[in-house]
Design a binder for this molecule. Structure first.
Ligand code: PSU
Ligand code: MN
Length: 307
């Protein structure tokens, strides 16, 4: 019955049936997270990095009403060109986009859902959604967190942006039993920068230890995701002051324009890019590359795990 909804590309399908490592990749970052044509260039480069590190990339999206794991170059270009015109699809949206047989870009939450259906346990992204600043009154908490609580996929990220309340985001993850693992770091990274002043639950220094812990979690039947925080490389990180200033300013503008709901994250990303004259986008691209590389290595280590 699942096959009726799910379309796995021949390459990904072959890799999965042979037990080869596969890395899931999301598509909201392409349509809503970066401008054209850099979004398409980045998405294709990310796939190449996964391949170079000896895993198979599976970019995930909804195309003409099918849940797709593994997109063609043409499909990636199509989504990237349409950009914000493509529907941003989170958990709640999936059935409606399928019923209408249209195309949608998947967030971390919906990519995790589709990755789990396709049996792809490792997923690389840039940053996850989280608890927004001011959530006490807005109640704006990304569905990504709830998905991490429930769905068995390990997500490699560069932490989360400080457009969010990082402290509350970590509290939420603790409550829902989601391990936050620092890769070669004791500190939870803040996306554009390596530091946030907040700690992680566990630090790991190699992918084998990480794969073992993830394998054990699911082998025990402890359902839910794992959040891996992989800091941006030192040479690409942004200076604390200008990025903090840009974030504060972007949030102010969003408040003034009363931007809410699923529009807020793409709005802030684009505004920050403008305010930093493209520097935030450069950092964003580099950290995604870094995450793709780690995810490929983790997928290899995970594929070797046995009881
Ligand atoms: N953070 C980024 N780039 C992105 C996103 C987050 O730096 O493109 C996207 C991801 O797809 C994430 C989504 O899952 O935004 C979260 O949106 P929301 O806050 O509306 O849940
Ligand atoms: Mn939200």
């Amino acid at each position: 019955m699942l096959n009726h909804y799910l379309k796995i590309s021949p390459e990904v399908s072959k890799a999965l049936s042979e037990g080869k490592p596969v890395v899931a990749l999301e598509s909201t970052i392409i349509a809503h997270g970066m401008p054209y044509p850099k979004n398409v260039e980045t998405a294709l480069a990310v796939e190449n990095i996964v391949r170079k590190n000896k895993a198979i990339p599976a970019t995930i999206a909804i195309i003409d009403g099918k849940l797709c794991a593994g997109l063609s170059k043409k499909e990636i270009q199509h989504i990237g060109k349409l950009g914000q015109k493509v529907v941003k699809v989170s958990r709640r949206d999936i059935p409606f986009i399928l019923a209408q047989k249209i195309t949608g870009a998947t967030t971390v939450a919906s990519t995790m859902i589709i990755a789990e259906m396709a049996r792809i346990p490792i997923f690389a992204t840039g940053g996850i959604g989280g608890v927004h600043r001011g959530a006490a009154s807005s109640m704006d908490v990304s569905a990504d967190l709830q998905e991490l609580a429930n769905t068995n996929v390990a997500v490699v990220s560069a932490g989360a942006k400080s457009i969010l309340d990082l402290k509350l985001t970590l509290e939420y993850l603790e409550t829902y039993g989601v391990p936050v693992v620092g890769f070669k770091t004791d500190e939870f990274p803040a996306f554009y920068t390596r530091k946030s002043g907040l700690g992680v639950d566990y630090r790991v220094d190699n992918v084998t230890d990480l794969a073992k812990a993830i394998f054990t979690k699911w082998d025990l039947g402890l359902n839910g995701g794992v959040l891996i925080a992989n800091p941006i490389l030192k040479k690409y990180q942004m200076k604390f002051e200008p990025i903090t200033e840009a974030i504060e300013k972007a949030i102010q503008v969003a408040e003034k324009k009363e931007i809410q709901g699923k529009k807020i994250t793409p709005f802030l990303l684009a505004k920050i890019e403008k305010l930093t004259k493209g520097k935030s986008l450069d950092a964003n691209i580099q950290l995604v590359y870094n995450n793709a590389k780690l995810a490929a290595k983790l997928a290899i280590a995970y594929s070797k795990q046995t009881i």
